[in-house]
Design a protein around this ligand. Structure first.
Ligand code: ADP
Ligand code: ADP
Ligand code: MG
Length: 674
């Protein structure tokens, strides 16, 4: 076994790999960018070396530099994690040349699976079923359109070198084909440096079911069952579970054997995932087709670990060190049910737009650790894999994933209950997160009854994005209690009547109006002061006595009328984040003392919603445009974002060119509404 390895990644996966290395007594070397100097993964490793500025191209993607660091620190092997260099055949080769072990498959296997087109050609020969389509070399637009017409619409265009849900376009009808092709190729060249695309039949009601495989370098290969990753947004996974609901033993074996055949066809070694799409469109019975093979450890590997009781990183390290697979196929067992939710810094209500900022306050559900091979799962096993702590930032440079929350239960219902409980305990302040959305998804009819397919989120849009409910009296009581108690002066100057803010007045009680608002409305209350830390709240004609019983950091317990209400309140200036009954309400206090008026005149300004790069400018100066017309396309955090005209009007000035980097809030162009 190795005595020291370098981890060529960041975030949760770097921390995850470091944990197993520590368990096995292996020393770890972290690499980090300037943006990550204080990151959790740096602290998680025994040594850390700075490799460059924040952009991945100048740090985490610098293979030669990372190899030099490995040699200088005496590491014998490099674990690439996922993303970054993990599927870079050139890097795997360079490691071998430098005498380092690449903890992953041989370069030839990465290369063979790296192009979706070439991989499909290989799979065709290995008799692995494929979705009807064209995956050849001819890239002439007219030819590709003819292929699409032959396959029949809808079709899916995919960047052959694509990954991470990028570089895909659904084409519904022939008229849209050419524009979609151009846009797909643009994204493909920008993101992957290769504009080759393939065309596939677009299945209208598929499930994404993938098989975890593992091979050693003696040719042994096993499958560690399946994961269902059908719940996706923008072709990116949101929820993953194992086993796949409704999977029969027979089909599990058929898919497992097809996956092993796929791996063996390319001489695979190590951990890999063969992704299949299973067709459940009208009347189909779930026939499965090869989609791609990911030649690395997958983000969602923890659900497999939870149902098998195995540590897949340990397997990776053992296989890379030349050991045989720890278990044979017939020794592998599936136990219970696991679900993973990806907690992202994003705004589901705004088209899942990534959110960046500092995690000002972070409270995670208690984790019940389980990662010990062979041990039975605790009935409420909860695991959190995270690369950030309170005070850390989610920056625009990397993936906006905050954490993975993984739960286990003896069956799917038990796992669902554990997930709901854990999500209700998760509290994040400082940036937008998808927690509320995940709660609705978990509780929603479709997911809870396992009515799964990749269109689940879109199809249940209305239920998943309900109009925001008005804040409850308990929520308002918690916010008011924090606000009022913070105004109550503390000991020394409490005797000076002029320093008091407790509302005492010479001639009777003070009545004061307190106004909070959120997206659902404006809440006005009248507060009557009743001595120290006691008030009466009047709201909508009802009175509630209010008293603070206990206050410790964000935890607040109040007596509100006859009820005791416990919750958590985090104040950020005039914004009060109230967590009550698993719900996060963001209340803005209308502070009468601070009325300068901060209304932002939208005028003729169009600003960048986040930092990013301009990838296309679709209008020119002087052009008249209709409301909603696309003006610019930005790329940020691995997604394209179209800036559209907010109204009918004229473009007065373009302020950036293609390729320019823009800061968040930067004015992109000058526009006069008609
Ligand atoms: P998985 O299939 O393992 O669930 P994804 O396919 O979404 O996950 O991608 C795995 C990871 O690799 C993601 O976290 C993402 O950050 C990263 N990744 C995928 N494609 C790219 C890319 N083109 N550029 C940078 N990172 C990528
Ligand atoms: P990536 O490399 O980005 O992960 P994949 O080929 O694995 O790309 O596809 C990602 C997702 O896109 C799948 O999980 C599935 O939801 C959807 N998808 C891919 N191919 C098809 C298809 N032919 N029909 C319908 N949906 C598809
Ligand atoms: Mg995929």
């Amino acid at each position: 076994m190795f005595s020291k390895i370098l981890i060529a990644n960041r975030g949760e996966i770097a921390c995850r790999v470091a944990e197993t290395a520590r368990k096995l007594g292996i020393k770890t070397v972290a690499v980090y960018s300037e943006a990550d100097a204080c990151a959790k993964h740096v602290a998680a490793c025994d040594e850390a070396v700075l490799i460059g500025p924040a952009p991945a191209k100048e740090s985490y993607l610098l293979g030669d530099k990372i190899i030099a660091v490995a040699l200088a620190t005496g590491a014998q092997a490099i674990h690439p994690g996922y993303g970054f260099l993990s599927e870079n055949a050139g890097f795997a080769e360079a490691c071998a040349k430098a005498g380092l072990v690449f903890i992953g498959p041989p370069a030839s296997a990465i290369h063979a699976m790296g192009s979706k087109s070439a991989a499909k050609a290989l799979m065709e020969n290995a008799n692995v079923p494929l979705v009807p389509g064209y995956h050849g070399d001819n890239q002439d637009p007219d030819f590709l359109q003819k292929e699409a017409d032959r396959i029949a619409y809808p079709v899916l265009l995919k960047a052959s070198a694509g990954g991470g849900g990028k570089g895909m376009r659904i084409v519904e009808k022939p008229e849209d084909f050419k524009a979609a092709l151009a846009s797909c190729k643009r994204e493909a060249i920008n993101s992957f440096g290769d504009d080759k695309v393939l065309v596939e039949k677009y299945l209208t009601r598929p499930r994404h079911i993938e098989i975890q495989v593992f091979a050693d370098n003696r040719g042994e290969c096993v499958y560690l069952f399946e994961r269902d990753c059908s719940v996706q947004r923008r072709h990116q996974k949101v929820l993953e579970e194992a086993p796949a609901p409704g999977m029969s033993e027979e089909r599990r074996r058929a898919m497992g054997e097809a996956a092993v055949a796929a791996a063996q066809a390319v001489g695979y070694v190590g951990a890999g995932t063969v992704e299949f799409i299973a067709d459940y469109s009208n009347g189909e019975d779930g026939s499965f087709y090869f989609m791609e093979m990911n030649t690395r450890l997958q983000v969602e590997h923890p659900v497999t670990e939870m149902i098998t009781g195995l540590d897949l990183v340990e397997w990776q390290l053992r296989v890379a060190a030349g050991e045989t697979l720890p278990l044979r196929q017939e020794q592998l067992q599936l136990n219970g049910h696991a679900i993973e939710a990806r907690i992202y810094a994003e705004n589901p209500e705004k088209g899942f737009l990534p959110s960046i900022g500092t995690l000002r306050y972070l409270h995670t559900p208690p984790a019940v650790h389980f990662r010990v091979a062979g041990h039975a799962q605790s009935p409420a096993a909860v695991r959190i894999d995270s690369g950030v702590r309170e005070g850390d930032a989610i920056s625009p440079f990397y993936d906006p994933m905050i954490a993975k929350l993984i739960v286990w239960g003896k069956d799917r219902d038990a796992a669902l209950t554990n997930m709901a409980t854990a999500l209700a305990q998760y509290r994040i302040v400082g940036l937008a997160s998808n927690i509320g959305f995940l709660q609705r998804l978990i509780a929603g009819q479709a997911f809870s009854t396992a009515d799964l397919d990749t269109g689940l989120i879109e199809r249940h849009h209305d239920a998943l994005f309900p109009a925001q409910q008005a804040a409850s009296t308990a929520t308002l009581g918690l916010a008011a209690a924090l606000l009022l108690s913070q105004e109550t002066p503390r000991a020394p100057d409490a005797r000076d009547p002029w320093a008091q803010t407790s509302g005492w007045r010479m001639n009777g009680t003070l009545l004061r109006t307190l106004t909070f608002s959120d997206e659902a409305g404006v809440y006005t209350m009248t507060v009557e002061y009743r001595g120290s830390a006691q008030w009466i709240l009047h709201r909508d004609g009802t009175q509630h006595s209010l008293r603070v019983d206990d206050h410790n950091h964000a935890d607040l317990r109040i007596a509100l009328g006859d009820a005791t209400v416990a919750g958590n309140v985090v104040r950020d200036g005039d914004v009060f984040h109230v967590f009550h009954h698993g719900r996060h309400t963001v209340l803005e206090w209308d502070d009468p003392m601070a009325h300068a008026g901060h209304s932002e005149s939208e005028g003729g300004r169009l600003t960048a919603p986040m930092p990013g790069k301009i990838v296309a400018v679709l209008v020119e100066k002087g052009r008249s445009v209709a409301k909603g017309a696309p003006l610019l396309i930005m790329e940020a955090m691995k997604m394209e974002h179209t800036i559209a005209a907010p109204a009918d009007g004229v473009i007065d000035e373009l302020l950036y060119l293609v390729g320019d980097q823009v800061a968040e809030g930067a004015q992109l162009l000058a526009f006069t509404p008609a």
